[in-house]
Structure formats: structure tokens, C-alpha cells
Design a protein around this ligand. Sequence first.
Ligand SMILES: CC(C)(COP(=O)(O)OP(=O)(O)OC[C@H]1O[C@@H](n2cnc3c(N)ncnc32)[C@H](O)[C@@H]1OP(=O)(O)O)[C@@H](O)C(=O)NCCC(=O)NCCS
Length: 180
Amino acid sequence: MTAVAPLTESHGEALVRFFAELPEGDRTFIREDVTDPDVVRGWSAGAGVDRWVAVDDGGRVLGYVAVLRLPGWSDHVGEVRLVVAPAARGSGQGRALARHAVVAALEAGLSKLVVEVVADQTAALALFTGLGFTGEALLVDHIRDREGQLRDLMVLAHHVGETWAGMRAVGLTETLDDPT
Ligand SMILES: CC(C)(COP(=O)(O)OP(=O)(O)OC[C@H]1O[C@@H](n2cnc3c(N)ncnc32)[C@H](O)[C@@H]1OP(=O)(O)O)[C@@H](O)C(=O)NCCC(=O)NCCS
């Protein structure tokens, strides 16, 4: 059994291990320096950022999701960052974490969510599209992979406030009080 829980100090060591065991390419989705244990341990105290972990019965972290509120004139927008341990993929962890993040972002009053996905990451594209995200920008040759190859980055967006009907369609309102 796996549960999604808000990140607390008690997850610190397990989260450091989770990131240390991730393939290097997957760590880049998080952007922050997750190889530095002090950065990861400091997260549970962070402001303006909501983070959750998927934890198994043995206390191992299998997945991580964060919603970062953008600053200034975009402070109604949250950026989602999601990663699941390779061995735990394909069993619904990613979807459970992403759903959790979308619901929490709604509750926090954010009206738009964005996520950056490498254009050929079919799993990530399918996951977020299934939760009501749509393509909003394609940034050509925007990132370099480990081999130095240029790759396209897609920005997917979810306009939360306008899409209660769409959210109901994908089952996201089950745990919420629908305002309509
Ligand atoms: C994207 C990621 C989080 C998905 O995690 P996951 O736990 O495997 O996802 P789930 O098992 O919940 O799958 C959700 C959906 O994704 C799609 N999917 C999952 N694995 C897939 C694969 N190998 N190929 C194609 N689609 C796939 C399916 O549509 C699936 O829905 P289904 O189970 O109804 O078929 C994971 O692959 C990952 O960590 N990738 C690297 C980081 C990343 O790309 N993050 C996203 C940008 S921040």
C-alpha cells in the first residue's frame, strides 16, 4: 500500500535517498539541487511551495510532487513538478500524486497550473492530458539532454477556475465541494 502525504521533516532521509537513487536525467525535472541533502531536508520548511510524497508501508518514498506558486504578477499560477521512482512507474503513483496536487492547488486558490514536459515523454503527456491539461506552448530546442542533444519542451496548462465541468469529467471533484 502507498499513501500520498504532505512532506514533513520525518520524510527527510527517505526523500534524500529517493532522489539519490533516481537516474540523473529524471532529477532535472525537479530543477532544485536534489543531490544536496541539506536542500532536500530544508524543503519541509519552505514557504509558497506545497510538496507531497508517495510513501510505502516501509516508509520508502516512491514519488514526489510539488506545486510552486509563481511570484509577482503570476502569483495565481502554480508550477507542477512530478517524479516517480522508475521501479514504481506504471502503477498509478504518478496519477495519484498529480491529482493530489491539482486538488490542493484549487483549494489554495490558484487559478492556473502549468507543467513543463519534455515533448517525447509520452507517459507524462498522457498523464497530464488525462487530468485536463492542454498544450499551451512548445519551446523548440529548449533543453539539452545528457548526451548534449537539443530537445523540445512543452508547457501544458490547466485553467482551473474555468474548468469545473472538465474536472468533474476526469473525477477530480470527488473529494471537493463543487462550488457550482
Ligand atoms: C511521468 C511519471 C511521473 C509517470 O508516473 P507513473 O507512476 O508511471 O504514472 P501512472 O502509473 O500514474 O500512469 C498515468 C498514465 O500515464 C500514462 N503512462 C504511464 N506509463 C506510460 C508509458 N510507459 N507509456 C505511455 N504512457 C504511459 C498512462 O496514460 C497512464 O494511465 P493509465 O494507467 O490509465 O494507462 C514518471 O514517468 C516520471 O517520473 N517521469 C520522469 C519525470 C517526468 O517526466 N515528470 C513530468 C514533468 S514534471
